[in-house]
Design a binder for this molecule. Structure first.
Ligand code: SF4
Length: 1017
C-alpha cells in the first residue's frame, strides 16, 4: 500500500500514528501474546525504514513522548542498514562487509592480473602504480557498486559498446574504459566472495533474491518511509514487499514525486491518475491529516550577503531573540548547511555563544577540510622536500613548525592533562608549569634566523644543522631575556630535537603502507598528548575520525604494499583521507538542529534557516565521480546529475513547505550567484503578489568584520619595562607601530623580537626598497651642499651605480629574475631622474629658486617636553628650495592612503580617532625633530613622501599629509600632530597603561609579524 502525506503534516507523527505498542492487527491470531506485548509497550514487532538514520531519532522521541513511559522501540533502519540486517539476521549470511580500502586493494590485484584499465585502440595501462591506481580504484569501486545496485549484467555494459547509438556519443577512450569496467565487474564480486567479503550491492541483490514473507517471522508491520529516489534493486525489494499485507510505503508529497510513483507500478500510476482526474498535482495538493499544523503559507525570507560571514551575521540577527533566550531553541528549529565548510564559521560566530546542550550537529564533515589534515599535509610536504643529502626546504619547514599544533607543543613535553591555557607536570624538581609560549618563542627565533640577513639565502637545512646552529641558539637566548621565568636555553634546544624526532624524524624510512599509517597515528598521538591541539574546536571528533581512517589503512589489504618513492605513501594518504568524513552524529536529540542538507530529509521543522543557497551548492553541479559517460549512465539506469538536482529540489520543497518560517541565505559576489531554487521561489512570490520588483523580497546584508583570534592578553609594564622605557629614543616607525598595536610595539621595541621576513616575494620587496635608497644616496651624494643642476644629472652614472650595487649583492652572474629586476630598477630610476628630478629643478629655476641638497640618509636628534623625551629621525634626504626646507622620504609603494592623515576625521582629544585617521606620523615627526634640532619655526619645514612605486613618475609623486594649499590650516594641523606625538609618547611610558592588543585586529593582525607569538594566527 502506498500512502501520501502532505509536508504540512508532521511526517514523523504520521509514521508514529501507524505504529502500535503490539500487533493489534494480529490480535485475533494470538490474543494472549499480543496483550502481553501491549502491556509492556513493546514496538519491537514493527520495523520502519527511512532513507537515512536521523529520522529514526525523531521517531523514537515522538513515541517516547506519546507513551510517557519506558518502551521497547521498533526496529529502525536506514535503507543500507535494513539491507545488511536482513542479509545477516534473516538470510543468516556471515561474510564481512568490505571496507572500500580493501575493495581497492582487490581491484588493484585484478588490475595487475588483467593488464590495467583499457583504452580502445591503445595498449592497456599495465604500469599504473599502486598510488596512481588508488583514486581510479575508488571510482571503479563506486561505479561497480552502482552497476550492481542497478541490477546490471556484464553483458549490458559490453553491449553498450557494440550499440550504434553509442558509437557517436562515447569517445573511443571512454569505450575502452567501459570494456575494462566490464572486466572488473565480472571478476571483482567473485574475488570478493572468495575472500569472504560482500558489498552493499551484493547484499542488496541477495536480499532481493531471497525475499519471502516467511523470513519476517515476529514482524507485524514494515513501513518504508520518506523515499524519493531508489536504486533499481531497492525499488524491486520495496515493490515485492508492498504486495505483502503487512508492508506499506509512506511518501511525502512534493515536487517531482510523480516519477517515483510511476516507477512503483500500478498502484503508483493509479495514484497519479486519481490526482490528474481531480486536477491536482503533488506540489499543489493539500491534505489535512490529524495533527496537521494547518494550511497557512510558509513565510520565506531571503537574505543576500557578500560572503559566508555575512550570512551567519544575518542568521544571528534574524534569530537574535532565540539565540539570546536559549530556552526557545528546540528540535523544531534547524539551520541547514548544504556546504559543509560553513560549519566552522557558524560554530565560531554562533554556536560557541550557546550552552552545549542548546544545539547538536548532524552532518558529515570532509576530513580534508579539517586542521588535522592541513597539519599532516604540511608535514608531508616538508618530508617530501627532503633532498638526497637529507636537507629540508626551509619555507616548508617554517610552515610546518608554525602550524598551531606544532608551535603550541608544551615545554617540557610530557604526557599530562591539559587544564586550560597551560598544564602542569611533575618532575623530579617538583611541580613545573608546562608552557606553549616557549615553543612559540623557539620557532620564532628559528624563523628569524632563516629569514633574516645572510642566511636567508640558505634554502635547505638538515634537522641537526637547525638543532646545533650557534646563531639559532644565540637568538633563542636573546629572546629568552625578555621572558618571565626563562628556561635553560639548552633545555629548549633539547625540546627542539624531541619535536623533530617525534614528527619529521619518524619518516626517514617508511617500510610499507602499514608502517606509514602507524607513524602517522604516532604523530597524531604525540600532538594530542603534548600540545594545545586538543583545546581546539572539534579536535576530538576530527582526531577520532583520523585514527579510525589510519587504523583501517594500516589493517587493510593495502598494508603490505611498498612504494619506491615516499611520495607514493603521501598520495595514498591524501586520496584515502580525502574520501573520508567526520560523522557528527547529533545525539542526544536536543536544541537547535545543525544539519547537513541530506540529514534533514523527512524531518519536520517549524523554523528552518538554510545557508549557502547558491548555484554549485544547491543544486550542486559536481558531475558524478565516475568512469561512466553520461549517456552510458542513463542507458544503464544509474543516477545522473540531473536526477541529483531533482532529488535536491524535492527535499528542499518538502522542507520548506513543512515549515512555518524559512530563511534562505545566499552569497552574491563576483564568484557566486544565488541558487536557481531561490530565483524560482522569488519569482513564484512575485507572480502571487503581482510584484515586478524582485529585490523587494531580498534583504541585503552589509556588515563590518570584527576579527577575533585566540585570546591575547595585555602586557603590564613591570618595574624593568618602565625603567627601560624612560631611556628609550623614540622614532617615527616606533610610534606608527604603537599606534597600530601597542602589543606589537612591546614585542618589537621592548622584547627586541625582530620582524620576520617571509622568504620569497615579501623579502624581495623590502630588499628593493633598501637597494633603491642606497643607489639614490650614492648618486646624489656628490651634489650635497651644492645647487643641483640639470646638466649634472648623468643617467650613465646612475646605471653604473646600479650595476655595481647589483653585483655586490648578487654576484657577477646575474641570471633570470635578478637580471629582470636589475632592468626594472634601471628603467624606473632613469625615469625618476628624467621625469621627476629634472622637472622639479626646472620649475624651481623658473621661480629663481636653486635646489640645494642638505643631507642624505642623515640622522637628526632632538629633545622635547623640556628634555624629557628624546626623538631620533633618519632622513632620506633634506634639501633647500629657495628659502624653504624640504624633507623627503622615499616610499617604494604607490598608495598615499597608507601614509596619509585624514584631518577631517582626526580629533586631537579623541584617542580612538588617532588610529583611524592617521596612516603614519612620519612626516609630522620629521618636521618636529628637524625644526627642534635646527631651532626653526615648526611650520618652516615641509615634509614630502616621494611615492616611487607609481607607474608613471613626475613631480606629482610628491605627497604631503598636510593641507598644502591653506597655510593657516597647515599650521593648525602641524600643531595638532605635535600634540598627538607627545600624547603617544606619554602613553607609552605611562606605567599604569598596559600594552594592549590592537583595537582593529581585522586590519592589523593579518600582516603582523608577531601573529604567531601572540596567538593571532
Ligand atoms: S597579532 Fe595583532 S594583537 Fe598581536 S601584536 Fe600583532 S597586531 Fe598586535
Amino acid at each position: 500500500m502506498i500512502e501520501l502525506v502532505s509536508p504540512r503534516d508532521n511526517f514523523i507523527q504520521a509514521v508514529a500514528a501507524r505504529l502500535r505498542p503490539a500487533g493489534e492487527s494480529r490480535a485475533k491470531d494470538n490474543p494472549e501474546a499480543t496483550a502481553a506485548r501491549a502491556a509492556a509497550k513493546d514496538y519491537s514487532g514493527q520495523w520502519v525504514v527511512f532513507p537515512e538514520k536521523r529520522p529514526a531519532f525523531y521517531l523514537r522521541k515522538a513515541l517516547a513522548e506519546r507513551e510517557g513511559t519506558s518502551f521497547v522501540p521498533p526496529v529502525l533502519d536506514s535503507i543500507d542498514g535494513f539491507v545488511s540486517r536482513v542479509y545477516e539476521e534473516r538470510l543468516g549470511m556471515s561474510d564481512s562487509l568490505i571496507d572500500p580500502l580493501d575493495a581497492v586493494a582487490l581491484l588493484f590485484e585484478i588490475h595487475k592480473k588483467q593488464g590495467g584499465l583499457g583504452r580502445a585502440g591503445k595498449s592497456h595501462d599495465h604500469f599504473l602504480s599502486a598510488d596512481g591506481f588508488f583514486p581510479l580504484g575508488m571510482k571503479i569501486y563506486h561505479d561497480l557498486e552502482e552497476l550492481c545496485l542497478a541490477g546490471a549484467r556484464t553483458s549490458d555494459i559490453r553491449e553498450l559498446d557494440l550499440s550504434r547509438e553509442f558509437e557517436a556519443k562515447i569517445s573511443p577512450e571512454a569505450r575502452g574504459r567501459l570494456q575494462s569496467l566490464a572486466a572488473f565487474y565480472e571478476s571483482f564480486y567473485a574475488v570478493a566472495a572468495e575472500r569472504g567479503y560482500s558489498t552493499l550491492g551484493l547484499r542488496s541483490r541477495a536480499v532481493l533474491d531471497g525475499l519471502r514473507p516467511e523470513l519476517w517471522g515476529g514482524i507485524e508491520k514494515i513501513i518504508f518511509a520518506g523515499f524519493y529516489s531508489l536504486t533499481k534493486v531497492e525499488r524491486q525489494i520495496i515493490r515485492t514487499m508492498m504486495n505483502w499485507e503487512n508492508c506499506s510505503l509512506l511518501l511525502m508529497e512534493g515536487r517531482g514525486l510523480e516519477s517515483l510513483l510511476a516507477e512503483l507500478g500500478p498502484e503508483g500510476i493509479s495514484l497519479i491518475e486519481t490526482m490528474q482526474k481531480e486536477n491536482k498535482n503533488l506540489y499543489g495538493r493539500r491534505q489535512e491529516n490529524k495533527g496537521s499544523r494547518g494550511d497557512g503559507e510558509t513565510e520565506i525570507e531571503f537574505y543576500k550577503s557578500p560572503d559566508t560571514h555575512g550570512q551567519i551575521f544575518a542568521f544571528n540577527k534574524a534569530m537574535e531573540n532565540r539565540l539570546t533566550d536559549q530556552k526557545g531553541l528546540d528540535v523544531k528549529h534547524a539551520v541547514i548547511l548544504p556546504a559543509a565548510e560553513t560549519l566552522f564559521p557558524l560554530y565560531q560566530q554562533t554556536l560557541t555563544t550557546l550552552d552545549e546542550d542548546a544545539y547538536n550537529i548532524s552532518m558529515g564533515y570532509p576530513l580534508s577540510r579539517t586542521p588535522i589534515y592541513t597539519f599532516f599535509d604540511q608535514l608531508m610536504e616538508l618530508v617530501q622536500s627532503r633532498d638526497e643529502d637529507g636537507r629540508l626546504y626551509s619555507p616548508h619547514y617554517l610552515r610546518f613548525v608554525l602550524h598551531p599544533y606544532t608551535k603550541n607543543i608544551f615545554f617540557p613535553a610530557e604526557t599530562n592533562t591539559v587544564t586550560g591555557a597551560g598544564t602542569e607536570t611533575r618532575t623530579g624538581a617538583g611541580v613545573e608549569e608546562k608552557r606553549a609560549d616557549l615553543t612559540r618563542i623557539l620557532f620564532h627565533a628559528i624563523e628569524g634566523e632563516m629569514t633574516q640577513g645572510r642566511r636567508r639565502t640558505k634554502s635547505f637545512w638538515k634537522l641537526d644543522e637547525i638543532e646545533n646552529d650557534a646563531a639559532i641558539r644565540e637568538a633563542v637566548e636573546e629572546m629568552l631575556k625578555g621572558v618571565e621565568n626563562p628556561p635553560d636555553p639548552a633545555g629548549l634546544m633539547e625540546h627542539l630535537r624531541s619535536i623533530h624526532a617525534n614528527t619529521i624524524g619518524l619518516f626517514g624510512e617508511i617500510r610499507n603502507v602499514g608502517d606509514f599509517a602507524a607513524k602517522m597515528a604516532r604523530v597524531l598521538d604525540y600532538i594530542y598528548e603534548n600540545s594545545t591541539a586538543r583545546l581546539h574546536h572539534f579536535f576530538h571528533p576530527f582526531a577520532e575520525a583520523f585514527t579510525r581512517q589510519l587504523d583501517s589503512l594500516g589493517k587493510s589489504l593495502l598494508q603490505v604494499m611498498e612504494f619506491e618513492d615516499r611520495g607514493g605513501y603521501f598520495n595514498l594518504f591524501r586520496k584515502a583521507v580525502a574520501s573520508g568524513t567526520v560523522p557528527f552524529e547529533g545525539t542526544p536529540l536536543r536544541g537547535l538542529q545543525v544539519l547537513g542538507f541530506w540529514e534533514a530529509r523527512c524531518i519536520p521543522f517549524e523554523d528552518v534557516s538554510i545557508l549557502d543557497m547558491n548555484e554549485d551548492v544547491l543544486p550542486s553541479f559536481r558531475r558524478e565521480d565516475t568512469l561512466l559517460p553520461f549517456a552510458a549512465r542513463k542507458r544503464l539506469g544509474l543516477p545522473t546529475y540531473e536526477e541529483n538536482e531533482r532529488r535536491m529540489e524535492y527535499y528542499l520543497d518538502t522542507l520548506l513547505r513543512g515549515a512555518r518560517k524559512a530563511r534562505l541565505f545566499f552569497v552574491e559576489n563576483n564568484d557566486k550567484e544565488r541558487s536557481r531554487f531561490v530565483e524560482r521561489l522569488v519569482w513564484e512570490r512575485q507572480k502571487r503578489e503581482g510584484e515586478r520588483n524582485a529585490d523587494k523580497y531580498v534583504k541585503t546584508i552589509q556588515y563590518r568584520v570584527a576579527l577575533t583570534g585566540g585570546k591575547t592578553a595585555s602586557v603590564e609594564k613591570g618595574g624593568g619595562v618602565a625603567e627601560f622605557l624612560r631611556g628609550i629614543k623614540f622614532s617615527a616607525t616606533a610610534l606608527d607601530m604603537y599606534l597600530r598595536c601597542p602589543l606589537q610595539f612591546y614585542y618589537s621595541r621592548i622584547l627586541g623580537l625582530e620582524e620576520k621576513e617571509e622568504i620569497g616575494e615579501q623579502m624581495e620587496k623590502k630588499d628593493i626598497g633598501s637597494f633603491v635608497h642606497n643607489v639614490l644616496e650614492e648618486y646624489f651624494r656628490k651634489f650635497a651642499g651644492k645647487a643641483l643642476r640639470e646638466r649634472d644629472l648623468d643617467i650613465g652614472e646612475l646605471d653604473r651605480i646600479i650595476g655595481r650595487k647589483f653585483e655586490e649583492s648578487y654576484g657577477g652572474d646575474m641570471a633570470g629574475s635578478v637580471y629582470l629586476l636589475k632592468l626594472q630598477v634601471e628603467r624606473h630610476l632613469e625615469e625618476f631622474v628624467a621625469n621627476y628630478q629634472i622637472p622639479v629643478i626646472r620649475d624651481l629655476a623658473k621661480q629663481g629658486k636653486p635646489l640645494v641638497i642638505l643631507g642624505l640618509e642623515q640622522v637628526v636628534q632632538a629633545e622635547i617636553s623640556g628634555g624629557k623625551f628624546e626623538l631620533s629621525a633618519r632622513l632620506d634626504r633634506s634639501e633647500k628650495r629657495g628659502d624653504d626646507i624640504f624633507i623627503l622620504d622615499y616610499k617604494t609603494g604607490a598608495n598615499e592612503k597608507f601614509v596619509g592623515i585624514n584631518f577631517r576625521k582626526l580629533e586631537s582629544d579623541n584617542r580612538e580617532s588617532w588610529r583611524e585617521a592617521i596612516g603614519s606620523v612620519q612626516i609630522p615627526f620629521y618636521g618636529l625633530v628637524y625644526s627642534r634640532a635646527h631651532d626653526l619655526p615648526r611650520d618652516s619645514v615641509h615634509g614630502r613622501f616621494l611615492m616611487l612605486g607609481k607607474s608613471h613618475l613626475s613631480p606629482k609623486i610628491e605627497y604631503s599629509p598636510y593641507d598644502g594649499e591653506d597655510e593657516i590650516a597647515r599650521r593648525e594641523q602641524i600643531g595638532m600632530m605635535e600634540h598627538i606625538i607627545v600624547g603617544l609618547i606619554r602613553e607609552i611610558i605611562d606605567p599604569a597603561r598596559p600594552f594592549e592588543p590592537t583595537s582593529d585586529p581585522a586590519r592589523f593582525c593579518p600582516p603582523c609579524p608577531y601573529g604567531t607569538i601572540c596567538n593571532r594566527k
